[in-house]
Design a protein. Structure first.
Length: 157
């Protein structure tokens, strides 16, 4: 299974539908004020780099990097098609995002994900990549529905 990951610069109906499904899937994991996934339009805004992974032209994974501050970015909208989870697509997207950030000299990558059982696989994926739990960053505040994680990127050689 070979995923093709590319930066998204314009909306497409298939990708919009994929991201709407992301929000629907998260709806029952936390109250609205504790869900921080960006709507599609915000993923295409300046300061955000949205990427989509495709198999045979169909979107099957997404991930984005949003600026927190100089040298620090946040992972947003990580999602894998539920029918394809467990096949390495999320790991491929995460590796792609970290490589993209590293190539641009980003020194720290952070993320907010849910604390509910639904998010155990996501938290395990991030921990396996070297992320560790941390406190809130950027504009976040402590929230029992959130888990915050961060990764100090290796220095460029």
């Amino acid at each position: 299974m070979s995923i093709v990951i590319e930066r998204v610069k314009a909306a497409s109906p298939a990708l919009a539908e994929f991201l709407v499904a992301h929000h629907a899937e998260l709806e029952h994991t936390a109250p609205a004020e504790s869900r921080h996934a960006l709507v599609f339009e915000r993923l295409l805004a300046p300061g955000v780099r949205l990427f989509a992974g495709h198999l045979d032209g169909t979107p099957v994974a997404t991930g984005a990097l949003a600026t927190v501050e100089d040298g620090h970015e946040e992972i947003k909208s990580m999602r894998t098609d539920p029918a394809l989870r467990g096949r390495g697509l999320g790991r491929a997207m995460l590796t792609f995002l970290l490589d993209d950030a590293g190539a641009r000299g980003i020194r720290r990558i952070s993320l907010e994900t849910g604390s509910a059982e639904f998010f155990i696989p996501a938290r395990a994926l991030y921990a396996a990549a070297g992320f560790r739990e941390c406190g809130p960053f950027g504009g976040y505040v402590l929230d029992p529905y959130s888990t915050f994680m961060t990764l100090e990127m290796p220095a460029a050689s």
